[in-house]
Design a binder for this molecule. Structure first.
Ligand code: 13P
Ligand code: SF4
Length: 302
């Protein structure tokens, strides 16, 4: 803790001198999430909040696509990502050329793209979605068929909730694909009465075994509302740590799958990022205008 305290103090001072805010995703470690962040949330909340930031500098404590989304929505700000290697297996699973090939294979079918993609992939899309609004986005289009990419499991989980036919891609989240239906059955046997919450990036068989499925913000809201005495969150490790701080009376069972990309962000590199003003996210203007449109269309869906 003394080491953390020195880093936290330094970051607080730098935030003032740089006129900066720290936006942190729910998967950031508790010392980042609870001690230096100004705004926390799921991908959807971070996108919405980024748009209204007044400060000169946004430090995105999350992964690269989140920093790109913040830059798209608030282009006059300096958006910093403390480690350029903080990527995402979903974002890496698809290229702009793949999207163009899909469009050619399914002419006229709209492309719904998960925000866990590069700005260049978003630019090839009609509209974006997050795990928090995917069903609403798909149904907002008023069509009977959509292409939804790149997360195969999210697409299949949404397909189970809507009459719209969904053509999916083969991307997976390297964290959520590790959970299995057998693991859920074992958890129920080992922890009788446990309430199971699964992120929709988990395989459909896992979601089918769960009591609730939703984005990280939806999981957090479920916990606050239902207050299950014993629960397990099938998602990235730090999520349980962060939610448990808010509900010390609840018993969190913690199978732990770490996101190596989220874990690249540390107090130390947040501090360094504010000291050196690196790494500033820049997006090619020819890509940015089209990608912004896809994200803004998503934000317009109620
Ligand atoms: P949400 O916080 O939007 O549910 O996203 C989860 C995720 O994996 C982000 O990388
Ligand atoms: Fe990507 Fe999965 Fe990590 Fe989220 S948890 S950033 S989807 S690899």
């Amino acid at each position: 803790w003394p080491v953390y305290a020195a880093e936290i103090d330094a970051i607080m001072t730098l935030k003032r001198t740089r006129n900066a805010v720290v936006l942190a995703h729910n998967y950031q470690t508790p010392e980042i999430f609870h001690c230096v962040s100004d705004i926390v949330g799921d991908s959807l909340a971070l996108a919405r909040e980024a748009m209204t930031v007044d400060a000169d500098v946004i430090v995105l404590a999350g992964v690269h696509f989140m920093a790109e989304t913040a830059k798209l929505l608030n282009p006059s700000k300096t958006v910093l990502i403390p480690d350029l290697g903080a990527g995402c297996s979903l974002a890496d699973s698809i290229t702009p050329a793949d999207v163009r090939r899909l469009r050619a294979a399914y002419p006229g079918v709209p492309v719904v793209t998960y925000v866990n993609t590069s700005a260049a992939v978003k630019a090839e899309s009609d509209i974006c979605c997050t795990s928090g609004n995917a069903k609403a986005v798909v149904e907002s289009l008023g069509v009977d068929r959509v292409i939804m990419l790149p997360d195969e499991f999210l697409a299949r989980n949404i397909a189970a909730q809507t009459d719209v036919k969904i053509i999916s891609w083969s991307g997976h989240c390297e964290v959520h694909e590790l959970f299995t239906a057998q693991e859920v059955r074992d958890l129920r046997e080992d922890y009788p009465g446990v309430v199971v919450l699964a992120h929709p990036e988990c395989a459909p068989e896992v979601v089918a075994e769960a009591d609730f499925s939703g984005s990280t913000a939806a999981m957090q809201a479920y916990v606050a509302r239902e207050r299950p005495a014993k629960l397990v969150l099938l998602t990235e490790c730090s999520m349980s740590d962060n939610v448990a701080v808010l509900h010390p009376d609840l018993d969190f069972v913690r199978p732990c799958n770490l996101c190596p990309h989220m874990k690249k962000i540390t107090l130390r590199n947040i501090r360094r990022s504010l000291e050196t003003m690196q790494h500033a996210v820049e997006i090619d203007p020819s890509v940015a205008d089209r990608a912004r449109l896809a994200v803004e269309r998503m934000l317009a869906v109620k």
